[in-house]
Write a protein that binds this ligand. Structure first.
Ligand SMILES: [Zn+2]
Length: 364
């Protein structure tokens, strides 16, 4: 994610923290000062946030490492002020696997809460009457910090299990629904329920907590996006790359000048170009590289083309295209035939057109 600080890797997964996280720390210190706190209480509050985020990373690792059991990789885990996001390549489509991946995160917090329960005298805290408890909790101490951490882990379990798709509870709901109906319908139901919760969170957030407003927006937008994606994927079920690929494409030679690529960009609708040398694909010239080199139009294509690229076979399922887009972060790929010869290309624009045509055919 842009503007993130890399903290290193755990089990091969990059852990990063978004810069806005600093704002959270500043906010916590600000609240503490306003409450008349001192250096000790401020440090303990910062420590609480940092420990809390360790718990969140462990939660996300629970999801990621379970997904890995089903051969699904995770690029990174990003910490945001509203929580952690694991960039899991995709959710398993098998409902049993999705159920396990979704439950693994909250399960980590159950374990953490249990471990904290063993070291913190939770019962003593809870048996105090409210005013005594408040006095005890407002006095900064390490044990109070652990008590807060216990409460936070319990809340993480409860909050994440609210069936607000695509939060964990919503994924559990979709997986459970998928046992009895097809995945598209299950996603539709789970996403609608998720959006209802998002509206409730939004209103509660406006009244009580601005973070809830952010979470509500996140849930609303991602429920919509993921529902749409699942619908699209089902529309292309049974189709292959060759059904949607571009066959009329202009090829470039590594010795061509950038000005030729500029002319082609202006003359047609093609954006990215495959570079071929004696029938062999040697690179891809992406539109953004053409645009950024407009001033150097006499440079050669081979100087700015990308030599690292993935190709896709025309016999591959069309949904593999989306997997490739997610994995590579590119939207344009050469399509090869049986003997590895270039037969065309596929890009997002083209697949969108294919979806548009499919959706019209399904309507009638
Ligand atoms: Zn989770």
């Amino acid at each position: 994610m842009k503007g993130s600080l890399n903290l290193g890797r755990i089990a091969g997964i990059r852990i990063e923290v978004h810069w806005t996280f600093i704002l959270l720390l500043i906010w916590v210190v600000f609240l503490d000062i306003r409450r008349g706190g001192n250096t000790t209480s401020a440090l303990l509050n910062i420590a609480l946030i940092l420990f809390l985020f360790v718990c969140v990373v462990l939660h996300e690792l629970g999801h990621s490492l379970t997904a890995r059991k089903f051969n699904i990789s995770t690029k990174q885990i990003t910490l945001l002020p509203i929580g952690g996001v694991a960039s899991i390549e995709k959710m398993p489509e098998n409902p049993k696997q999705e159920l396990l991946v979704a439950l693994a995160g909250p399960a980590v917090n159950v374990v953490l809460a249990f471990l904290l329960y063993l070291v913190v005298p939770i019962k003593t805290y809870l048996s105090l009457d409210p005013s005594n408890l408040e006095n005890l909790l407002s006095a900064p101490s390490f044990q109070t910090l652990l008590f807060y951490l216990f409460v936070a882990n319990v809340m993480l379990v409860v909050f994440n299990l609210i069936p607000a798709f695509p939060m964990d509870g919503g994924r559990v709901l979709r997986a459970l629904l998928s046992f009895g109906m097809d995945r598209v319908k299950a996603t539709d139901i789970a996403a609608s329920i998720g959006q209802v919760f998002a509206v409730i969170f939004f209103v509660l957030g406006l009244l009580f907590n601005p973070f809830l407003v952010l979470i509500a927006l996140f849930i609303f937008i991602s429920a919509y996006g993921e529902n749409k994606m699942v619908k699209q994927t089902s529309m292309i079920e049974g189709y292959h790359i060759e059904n949607a690929m571009l066959t009329k494409i202009t090829l470039l030679n590594p010795e061509d000048k950038i000005e030729e690529a500029i002319a082609l960009t202006l003359a047609g609708t093609e954006k990215d170009f495959i570079v071929v040398d004696e029938e062999r694909i040697v690179g891809i010239l992406y539109q953004k590289d053409i645009i950024s080199h407009v001033k150097y139009s006499s440079m050669r294509v081979k100087e700015i083309m990308k030599q690292k690229f993935k190709t896709i076979s025309k016999k591959e399922e069309l949904k593999k295209f989306f997997d490739l887009v997610n994995k590579e972060g590119q939207r344009f790929f050469p399509v090869i035939g049986r003997e590895g010869a270039l037969e065309g290309a596929i890009d997002m624009h083209n697949v969108s057109e294919f979806l548009l045509i499919r959706s019209q055919l399904l309507k009638s």
